[in-house]
Design a protein. Structure first.
Length: 259
């Protein structure tokens, strides 16, 4: 396990690192998840193995610190991640990021362009979404005030999330989970979608085939973003279909897929 202090107070981001060649690959998880659990299998798949790979946990999640004085905006997550990558001595990484992690990755690439050479988004959030009381994900968490979430909403979300998601969600700090969800649903200005459209690096967006067409696909492809549907999977593509994920991601990172 590696770590780096990423805030003035000394809070640390931690990651599991697999040795290999440069440029490095960095894997970033979604809300209430952890990168070693979600990406270990695919990171060592024969199609993706051999690169130095950092399976990194955002602040408030997994094996990283859970500071209660951190605001957990997408911008703050991105800047903390940038500090960790700078400490690790990597730049121009191939960034593979799921769900909320994809939103953070877009912001990272926009704010710290020297750190990212290619971007693979895995069913990432591109647009603000309204809070939705009773939902299990970010929209349901964001429907609570922080006081409500700490007082009882945490327990209600545990029941909705199910045992699989809860197995990693329970590792997240409660303030971290709520603030991250609130800021994910609010999005950024410009939006994550607009930031993604403006990036000048190779970009790929993976989504489950069963979800149907991704809204705004035409504008994304016109801007050079490859939109790829992966069959036989749900939102957690890397867990539901490791083979499909590895093939799609390897193709996205191929030297032939330059945009």
């Amino acid at each position: 396990m590696r770590s780096a202090a990423v805030t003035p107070e000394g809070s640390r981001i931690r990651w599991v690192e697999l040795p290999g060649q440069e440029p490095s690959r960095v894997y970033v998880h979604g809300l209430g998840a952890t990168s070693p659990a979600y990406f270990a299998e695919v990171a060592v798949h024969p199609l993706l193995a051999g690169r130095r790979s950092l399976l990194i946990d955002l602040l408030g999640h997994g094996i990283s610190d859970r500071p209660t004085d951190f605001d957990y905006t997408l911008e703050s997550h991105a800047d903390a991640l940038a500090a960790a990558l700078n400490s690790a001595g990597v730049m121009g990484v191939e960034l593979i990021a799921h769900s909320m992690g994809g939103s953070v990755a877009i912001v990272l690439a926009a704010r710290h362009p020297h750190l990212v050479s290619r971007l693979v988004l895995v069913d990432a959030n591109l647009d603000p979404i309204p809070p939705a009381p009773g939902a299990a994900g970010s929209s349901g968490i964001a429907a609570y005030s922080e006081e409500e979430f700490l007082a009882g909403g945490w327990d209600e979300i545990r029941e909705r999330a199910g045992s699989h998601w809860w197995s990693t969600m329970r590792l997240a700090g409660r303030e971290a989970l709520h603030r991250s969800a609130v800021h994910l649903t609010r999005g950024t200005v410009p939006t994550m979608r607009e930031l993604l459209l403006d990036l000048k690096i190779p970009r790929t967006y993976l989504l489950p085939e069963a979800d149907g067409p991704l809204p705004g696909t035409d504008a994304l492809t016109e801007a050079g973003v490859a939109v790829v549907s992966v069959p036989d999977c749900g939102h957690n593509i890397m867990l539901d279909s490791p083979e499909g994920f590895a093939h799609a991601t390897a193709a996205a990172l191929s030297d032939h897929n330059q945009r």
